[in-house]
Design a protein around this ligand. Structure first.
Ligand SMILES: *Cc1c(COP(=O)(O)O)cnc(C)c1O
Length: 465
């Protein structure tokens, strides 16, 4: 098939339907199709900067190297220098396991140049994203009227929620004729994610960390003394619904109940774990989340979408809008309209409609498929924990609540763990990184990929004998 190639050497060469561009699109789609449909993907591993500089010997130039060569560099050098986060034996940090529908549709989002920032430009996609957010809000028991936006990740989600919380506190303080404290305070547990401290640093507010139970859970009884001591200076309390290290869900109910005695914004960081509420196996652990003033959950973690996506929900979205709407003459036509503009609910302006892959995947497979996949990960984690507990050379550090399993190899030092982990990656068997708790080294399996099996994990334990 031949195509007319208007302006094929002119400035529009990159944008026209030319033979060159048709070929290039076919190549990239072919590559993507192969990767999406591969029954097994290589685990791969990082390379040094030196090695990569040596291998990639073609540079960006005035003339360009052409799509074939650029794609070849990507396929054969750059991509293999990246660990496949969707590999079933990727068990470090928090894995990613996007569904086929979510991955395929992420490409469609790019292909259509959709703008997800305002209703005026993107009403159709904003509608679909809002339907998805409303569905999530319903799962978490938030009232009708809750809403928010999909942002880049949990870090930005937490920051945006806390900025809204402080703005709300300031506004109400001003309305009551009070003045701002010398320093605003956010209260969280010692197990809270590092992004809370990062948000506090950006906002120039103080973090008061309170201890947890021996089992790692934050309870209302731990938070009360901090609220009593710091009073009005506390603008928010953050609870974690699935800590990254251990998958521990704080006692959300008892923290939420403190709102009857104290005035604060209750934020729930569920970036990793809140997705487990979709499964009847774990649902009961999240009682109290329905009282959150804001919460986050990352679809790019346990809701099976590609990077990058975090759902940020506000109980009263107006608080988010007042805090985050940007004002500029050229934006007036948007701001004066009564419609829902996603840009107004977080720290962002231009935005990709990054909620659409989740909308498409949920619409395609149905929520039941999600419940089953999440339930399977919970079951595999529970079963491998039981296996670990039964082996004399291993020690389970804590019973898993969700799908993170932390354990020690008795007699091993940090260097032994590191060497074992390096060997596994070198042999392309698995990606498991050592961690530590209270100064003791340990190993940690984070399971969420439905293709991760109990048998695969058991084989890994055998290498620890
Ligand atoms: C991963 C995680 C975050 C940060 O989310 P990003 O999407 O990586 O920015 C925040 N809180 C918790 C509990 C997490 O697990």
């Amino acid at each position: 098939m031949t195509h007319p190639a208007p302006g094929s050497s002119g400035p529009a060469r990159m944008h026209e339907v030319t033979d060159e561009n048709v070929r290039l699109i076919d190549r990239v789609l072919d590559f993507s199709r192969r990767r999406l449909l591969a029954s097994e993907v290589p685990l791969d591993k990082p390379m040094s900067e030196r090695e990569l500089s040596r291998l990639v010997n073609e540079r960006i130039s005035e003339e360009g190297m052409g799509a074939d060569r650029a794609l070849s560099v990507f396929e054969h050098i750059l991509s293999p220098a990246c660990i496949s986060t969707d590999h079933p034996q990727y068990l470090a940090f928090i894995p990613s396991a996007p569904t086929k529908a979510a991955q395929a549709f992420d490409m469609a989002v790019s292909a259509t140049a959709l703008y997800g920032g305002s209703w005026m430009e993107g009403s159709g996609v904003v509608h679909a994203e809002n339907e998805t957010l409303a569905w999530l809000a319903g799962e978490f028991g938030l009232p009708a009227g809750a809403g928010g936006v999909f942002v880049q990740g949990g870090t930005i989600g937490n920051l945006s929620a806390l900025v809204a919380a402080r703005d709300d506190a300031k506004r109400r303080r001003r309305a009551a004729g009070g003045s701002a404290p010398d320093s605003w305070i956010v209260v969280c547990s010692e197990e809270a994610h590092s992004s809370i401290a990062s948000a506090a640093a950006v906002m120039d507010v103080e973090v008061v960390t309170v201890p947890t139970d021996e089992d790692g859970q934050l309870r209302g009884a731990h938070v009360r003394p901090a609220l009593a001591e710091h009073g009005d200076a506390v603008f928010a309390v953050v609870a974690t619904a699935g800590s990254t290290n251990f998958g521990i869900v704080d006692d959300l109910r008892s923290v939420a109940d403190l709102k009857r005695e104290f005035d604060f914004w209750f934020h729930v960081d569920g970036a990793y774990g809140l997705a487990a509420m979709l499964s009847p196996i774990a649902r009961h652990r999240f009682a109290g989340v329905e009282d959150a003033d804001s919460l986050i959950v990352d679809p790019h973690k346990w809701l099976y979408t590609p990077f990058d996506s975090c759902a940020l929900l506000y109980r009263t979205p107006e608080a988010g809008r007042l805090a985050h709407t940007q004002h500029a003459a050229y934006l007036d036509t948007l701001n004066e309209a009564p419609e829902w503009n996603p840009s107004d609910y977080a720290i962002q302006l231009t935005r990709r409609a990054r909620g659409l892959p989740l909308w498409f995947s949920l619409s395609t497979y149905g929520a039941g498929a999600y419940r089953a996949a999440i339930g399977q990960a919970l079951t595999v984690a529970h079963d491998i924990a039981a296996e670990i507990a039964s082996r004399p050379e291993l020690r389970l550090v804590r019973d898993p609540q969700l799908s993170v399993v932390v354990f020690e190899r008795i007699g091993w030092e940090a260097a032994d763990y590191a060497a074992w982990s390096d060997r596994l990656l070198e042999a392309q068997t698995a990606f498991v990184t050592p961690s530590s708790h209270r100064g003791r080294s340990n190993l940690r399996f984070a399971v969420l990929n439905p293709r991760t099996t109990l048998a695969q994990l058991t084989v890994l334990l055998d290498t620890l004998r």
